[in-house]
Design a protein around this ligand. Structure first.
Ligand SMILES: Cc1cc2nc3c(=O)[nH]c(=O)nc-3n(C[C@H](O)[C@H](O)[C@H](O)COP(=O)(O)OP(=O)(O)OC[C@H]3O[C@@H](n4cnc5c(N)ncnc54)[C@H](O)[C@@H]3O)c2cc1C
Length: 497
């Protein structure tokens, strides 16, 4: 679909390597050049957004106005109130800021983007569509369809605004592990890990009428529909909140918590030992490039913590995009390496000590209190600690009838409850745990074969398991109490009105 050989004809301040031409207009317009539309999907921010920078830049070059369009899918990989609420609250802020600071309109559409985006392009007579990049199948497929449906007067550019080194620049193929991609990414960092230009409003203003969005009504409706997995309170949405988590003076990761990152990041009892940036990175409310630039600035203070953080933020995260981009079967056993598939199949009929159904797992009804605690942390808190995610997924392999089933259940639960779910990191996390992706073979054992094994005793040696179980119990209790209080105050309000 995409071409790398024909970079955009006009030079731009965004590196050409960051841009793929998905479709070149085949006919020049008889009249004036039409507007530039940025279809925002994955990078939901104004600041540090290469796709928005490119859209404004191209608009200025053609003396054309710019608009940002967002499509709210009717259903997207099972997202519930927790994820959509966080996203919409972030977008509500974004709309205000975009219109106020850059005088760019933000249009929210609902339905299937394959239809809403081409319809809008037609309606406003756009000449250029800019999109950001996601390696997920659904989005790639949607873009292919949009390419077919837009008129031959429209060009489409895809900008990788999510990765520091664009996925297709970092590597042209599926990488085997962090070891094989690390050098390739590091080699490109001097070129791509650069500061962002300051954005100015486009030189030509958007003059067409735009429909306003009833954000409060929309959010209330989404919360009602997705109430099964409610929002979480600890994670404030939006770009400003994201920057506060990164460099805030109160409890910012780089300003206040960095020291603990090397020592505490594998201790589930210290959730703030991690950066807690994943919800913001997932929804693009913060740019990974901004996180890396800020982290490098404080490297002198804690070199080891910064190096470890950058390894996760850049190498591991971009490796996940590499996997999903080049491996179509990124969420199935078919996507595992041959050795892993074979060993899992060799052990598929091994006797399991316990077998649990998806429902039992979802309700945290296993015989392992540590596993139950991690499941409850995810269900009630919306973010399971990173160390526990590995143990959690590996146990699902141990307790289900087949690896395919284990993978399906882990992805289902991860996507349903994690605030950062439905992300390449999630698919790769489950594939790493269950199918050995980006890992090596280990000593062969029942059920797991050569897939790396983790057990309760190992966790006990690493951290205070009972403390973690007690901590999640408290979390669940507090969440339930808050929910009961909010229901109560809702009832009082209804009675008064
Ligand atoms: C089974 C399983 C499921 C997972 N599901 C998700 C998911 O749905 N969404 C998600 O973003 N991450 C997922 N991860 C990866 C990782 O656990 C989380 O990114 C991390 O715990 C998020 O917390 P943090 O931002 O505070 O972490 P930090 O350690 O502070 O990391 C900073 C950032 O680096 C990246 N990162 C960290 N660890 C990894 C990793 N192992 N692989 C890729 N990138 C990484 C993330 O973008 C993260 O936000 C999963 C891992 C496993 C094993």
């Amino acid at each position: 679909m995409a071409s790398l050989s024909s970079p955009p004809s006009n030079s731009t301040c965004v590196q050409s390597g960051r841009i793929r031409v998905l479709k070149e207009r085949s006919r020049a317009s008889d009249g004036a050049v039409g507007p530039v539309v940025y279809w925002m999907f994955r990078d939901q921010r104004i600041r540090d957004n290469w796709a928005l920078i490119h859209a404004i830049d191209q608009g200025n070059k053609a003396n054309a106005p710019v608009a940002v369009a967002f499509n709210l899918f009717d259903q997207f990989l099972g997202a519930k109130a927790r994820q959509i609420g966080f996203m919409l609250r972030g977008l509500k802020q974004l709309q205000g800021d975009l219109e106020e600071t850059l005088q760019i309109p933000f249009l929210l559409f609902q339905g299937e983007a394959e239809k809403t985006i081409p319809d809008f392009l037609r309606e406003c007579g756009a000449s250029l569509l800019v999109t950001d990049f996601s390696p997920l199948r659904e989005i790639q497929r949607c873009k292919e369809e949009i390419c077919k449906r837009v008129s031959d007067l429209v060009t489409i550019h895809e900008v990788d605004a999510h990765n520091i080194v664009p996925t297709w620049v970092a590597s042209e193929k599926l990488e085997y592990s962090a070891k094989t991609i690390r050098g390739k990414i590091n080699k490109r960092l001097p070129e791509y890990l650069i500061d962002f230009p300051t954005l100015q409003p486009p030189s030509r203003k958007w003059t067409r009428a735009t429909l306003s969005t009833d954000w409060d009504g929309l959010i209330a409706n989404i919360l009602r529909k997705g109430a099964e997995v409610p929002e979480v309170e600890w994670c404030e949405p939006g770009e400003k909140a994201a920057m506060e988590v990164l460099v805030g003076s109160k409890n910012g990761f780089l300003t206040k918590r960095l020291k603990g990152y090397s020592a505490d990041r594998n201790n589930p009892l210290k959730p703030r030992g991690l950066s807690c940036l994943s919800p913001y990175l997932h929804f693009g409310q913060i740019s990974a490039q901004r996180c890396a630039l800020e982290a490098r600035r404080v490297r002198k203070v804690c070199p080891q913590a910064v190096d470890t953080f950058l390894e996760e933020l850049i190498v591991r995260r971009e490796l996940a995009d590499n996997f999903c981009f080049y491996q179509h079967h990124y969420d199935s056993l078919k996507g595992a390496w041959e050795w892993a598939r074979k060993t899992l199949m060799d052990h598929a009929s091994d006797k399991r000590e316990h077998i649990y159904t998806r429902e039992q797992l979802e309700k945290a009804q296993t015989a392992d209190p540590l596993w139950n605690a991690s499941q409850l942390e995810m269900v009630y808190h919306g973010k399971m600690h990173g160390f526990m995610r590995m143990y959690w997924a590996k146990k699902i392999l141990e307790w289900t009838t087949a690896p395919e089933e284990a993978l399906e259940i882990s992805i289902y639960l991860n996507d349903k409850y994690e605030i950062d779910g439905r992300d390449p990191n999630g698919y790769v996390g489950c594939m790493w745990s269950i199918c050995g992706v980006h890992d090596q073979g280990w000593k062969e054992r029942p059920v797991f074969g050569k897939i790396r094994y983790m057990n309760y005793a190992g966790c006990k040696r690493k951290f205070d398991v009972d403390g973690y179980i007690a901590y999640t119990k408290r979390l669940v209790g507090e969440t339930k109490k808050r929910k009961a209080e909010s229901l109560q105050s809702q009832k009082v309000k209804e009675l008064r009105s």
